[in-house]
Design a protein around this ligand. Structure first.
Ligand SMILES: *Cc1c(COP(=O)(O)O)cnc(C)c1O
Length: 464
């Protein structure tokens, strides 16, 4: 490194130290709501870098200009805070990543990092593929990973087709994730990670994740969770010891429905049996600066700011959406034409107890309304009707206000039939393993008045 490059690196040390100090001494001491509103975006950052803009600006620019060749060299070697080229990084993306890392790391003493991607599926690939590398001298190495079978249809396809069929990497399915012995029985010396989705979409499966985290660590492998349905307002696995968390940011984190986006949040120093010190040390930064740079599934800066804007009210929104959903689930449970309701908040749901151990509205004890810990169960539910698939389709087609769409996590109520939409490609046998009956209806309740949604459900039910 020449003297000129060194000068930029030395100068950057002060800026980096100040950013760390600000996060550690100030931001980390705030409540969840304050972090959701401000993230790491400080007055100093606004004034020095953004003409005082109180809202994080959208940097609609492909690339960053440098003062001279020394600064360019330092930036491209990742030695100074810089963004270079929007496929690698961008200031607007950085604001979103900082907030997500802080929210997911809320209540966790250590540091967390985040890397956002162009979709939830891209986030899942970025969080899992780095563990599935084969040694160059052992191209036929029989590596595997373990996942619960009750997962989002797209994730199932990525694991079953893209990894297993296309690349010969075995995915071992856990059919009863509450049986820790079943998880344990699937692990061997070639297992690279444990993956769990909870609560699961659309079946609302749930399991004791602490046991799965402990089991992964006994085997020296990472525990990775997709907690899209809970959001960090209800569940934060990293504080429980998990290594990596994935979100389809598309869903409740961007409840307005303005974009497709994904995120990977990781603790520093993950547990891992793949020889790669950089990856172990800071997984989120590693995937961002290396594999994801090369693969190119970056997020647009416009979408980053739209998501950031939605996330500022995440906690109160999750509280409202959960309460509305509870009312709707209770209505459905009491209706004679409804045969089963999967909503983890219902007391007689078989997984209510295990879910209640983990799903807590963050900071309820600091909320004047509650002043004590409060369970909340999110806004996803699924149900079946007396009369099977014919009744389900008739009911579905009669909905007037609730949207028919393959979507969830919205501020607006949306319903779908997974077997003909999100989980269609899996086929009947695999859907049966993943507990997704053909006539299951998935419903995600929004912020409308719940009485109006109940009225819509009531009129549609009266038609069958
Ligand atoms: C939607 C979803 C995904 C995929 O996210 P996209 O943003 O649609 O790519 C992954 N996991 C869960 C639980 C989901 O609901």
């Amino acid at each position: 490194m020449n003297d000129g490059v060194q000068k930029y690196v030395d100068k950057a040390k002060k800026t980096i130290a100040e950013q760390h100090r600000y996060i550690k001494d100030e931001v980390k001491k705030w409540k969840f709501d304050t972090i959701a509103v401000h993230g790491a975006y400080s007055v100093q950052e606004a004034i020095e870098n953004n003409q005082g803009s109180i809202i994080e600006p959208v940097f609609m620019s492909s690339s960053q200009a440098f003062r001279d060749s020394d600064e360019m060299e330092a930036a491209l070697a990742y030695l100074i805070p810089s963004w270079t080229y929007s496929r690698i990084h961008n200031p607007s993306i950085g604001y979103l990543e900082a907030t997500l890392a802080l929210l997911e790391g809320y209540g966790f003493g250590g540091e967390t990092g985040c890397c956002v991607a162009s979709s939830g599926m891209a986030a899942i690939a970025s969080a899992t593929d780095p563990f599935l590398v084969k040694k160059s001298d052992m191209p036929n190495e029989a590596i595997n990973f373990v996942s619960n079978a009750q997962i989002y249809g797209g994730t199932f396809q990525q694991f079953n087709i893209r990894k297993m069929q296309d690349r010969g990497i075995e995915c071992r399915w856990v059919v009863d994730p509450n049986n820790i012995d079943e998880w344990a029985s699937k692990i061997d010396g070639n297992t690279r990670f444990l993956f769990g989705e909870l609560p699961s979409n659309p079946g609302l499966s749930f399991f004791d994740l602490q046991k799965v985290i402990d089991l992964a660590h006994e085997h020296g492998i990472p525990a990775i969770f997709d907690t899209t349905i809970a959001t960090p307002a209800l569940l934060r696995p990293i504080a429980l010891g998990a290594d990596i968390v994935i979100h389809s940011v598309t869903k409740t984190l961007t409840a307005s429905g303005f974009c497709i986006a994904g995120a990977v949040i990781a603790r520093k120093q993950i547990t891992c049996n793949v020889e790669n010190d950089e990856m172990k040390e800071d997984f989120a930064t590693y995937i961002k600066l290396l594999p994801n740079r090369d693969l190119g599934w970056c997020l647009s800066p416009m979408q980053a700011i739209l998501t950031l804007n939605d996330m500022r009210t995440l906690r109160s929104k999750m509280d409202l959406l959960s309460q509305n959903s509870m009312k709707v689930a209770e209505f459905l449970e009491g209706h004679p034409k409804v045969s089963t309701v999967n909503y983890l908040g219902l007391e007689d749901h078989p997984l209510h107890e295990v879910a209640s151990k983990y799903l807590w509205l963050v900071d309820a004890e600091y909320d004047d309304q509650y002043r004590k810990p409060v369970n909340r169960y999110g806004h996803l539910m699924s149900f079946q009707l007396e009369g099977g698939i014919t009744a389900a389709r008739t009911f579905f087609d009669r909905l007037k206000r609730i949207w028919r769409a393959t979507d969830l996590g919205r501020i607006k109520s949306v319903a779908t039939i997974p077997s003909i939409s999100t989980h269609q490609q899996m086929g009947e046998d695999l859907r049966s393993m993943a507990s997704i009956p053909a006539d299951l209806i998935r419903l995600c309740i929004g912020a409308e008045h719940p009485d109006d949604m109940i009225a819509d459900l009531e009129q549609a039910l009266s038609k069958i």
